[in-house]
Ligand binder design. Structure first.
Ligand SMILES: [Fe+2]
Ligand SMILES: [Fe+2]
Length: 312
């Protein structure tokens, strides 16, 4: 089968990007981030305004909820880095350029809304948050794969879904109905983003199946959450996994599997030997991930049982 250059793929897929952009624009409902923030709960901080400094007892959410909220916000904060990646691997022309702009504008709303919410309700330490934002954004985001269009679209198909679930579950976990409401609204956006990328990659599978299957495997194998370069991410993601907000089971069952199923990846016929090889590795990877997810669930259940015993 012919090997497509990036430019050929971008040209071939531009009408699909256009169709998906139109679908997105008619499905996306305008929403106002300021309407989700309980402004009357806010008060001045110390510094130039001479208000009250933050202290942990002001926060109504648990330590683990704070961890998840901070990771989610820092991830959204790093938007300029993702914008660079997407802009460079797509094109500024036609539907590609319009999508990149629109997607960036929608994502920009997420960090704004979450930050307004967290600072107004004093849910997290604003000084630590700002310092972390500086470090995280300075460092930027690095992909584990070749940042061309196919790899980028494969990555964001999974990543948008992962982010959607992470926001949704974090909202529930806070037990704060306003926070839950805001994160649920953001999750709706992330879902529409996932649909755009997933459908685009579906079209790529028809045009260039071998290259696309290879890109999917590369991305699944090296998948890291976009916030994985946040300081202490390993420790924090363990807390997030123990809380059931995002863990291997969710990654396997609710992120990778449904998208692979949508693409009918394991039903594709006529792949090249190389792509077939990549698909076999992907199948083995999924089986192994399933095992690891089960082992983690068992460990977590045992830990929780021990804890309950100690407390009881
Ligand atoms: Fe977002
Ligand atoms: Fe998104």
């Amino acid at each position: 089968m012919a090997h497509f250059t990036q430019l050929q793929l971008l040209t071939e897929l531009e009408p699909v990007a256009g169709k998906e952009l139109d679908r997105h624009l008619s499905a996306a409902k305008e929403w106002m981030p300021h309407e989700y923030v309980p402004w009357t709960e806010g008060s001045n901080f110390d510094g130039p305004l001479g208000g009250v400094p933050w202290s942990p007892e002001q926060s109504k959410v648990s330590t683990t909820a704070r961890t998840a909220l901070v990771v989610n916000l820092l991830t959204e904060d790093n938007l300029p880095s993702y914008h660079r990646e997407i802009y460079q691997s797509f094109s500024a022309d036609g539907a590609w350029g319009t999508w990149v702009g629109r997607w960036t504008a929608e994502e920009g709303r997420h960090a704004t809304a979450i930050r307004d919410y967290l600072l107004t309700t004093r849910a997290v330490d604003p000084v630590a948050l700002e310092r972390e934002r500086m470090v995280h954004m300075t460092q930027g985001f690095e992909t584990s794969y070749q940042p061309d269009m196919l790899h980028t679209v494969a990555y964001v198909s999974f990543q948008e879904l992962a982010t959607r679930i992470s926001h949704r579950n974090t909202g529930r976990y806070t037990e704060d109905p306003f926070c839950d409401q805001l994160l649920a609204r953001i999750a709706v956006d992330e879902n529409l983003h996932m649909v755009f990328y997933r459908n685009l990659l579906n079209a790529a599978l028809e045009i260039a199946p071998d290259q696309t299957v290879q890109a999917i495997w590369d991305v699944v194998e090296g998948f890291q959450m976009p916030g994985s370069t946040i300081e202490g991410f390993t420790r924090r993601s363990l807390a997030i996994a123990l809380a059931g907000i995002y863990d291997l089971r969710i990654h396997h069952d609710e992120v990778l599997s449904p998208v692979l199923k949508y693409w009918k990846l394991f039903e594709l016929e006529g792949l090249s030997a190389g792509a077939e090889q990549a698909r076999l590795k992907l199948a083995a990877f999924m089986a192994d991930l399933d095992l690891k997810a089960t082992r983690f669930e068992q460990k977590r259940a045992a830990q929780q049982a021990r804890l309950a015993e100690r407390l009881g």
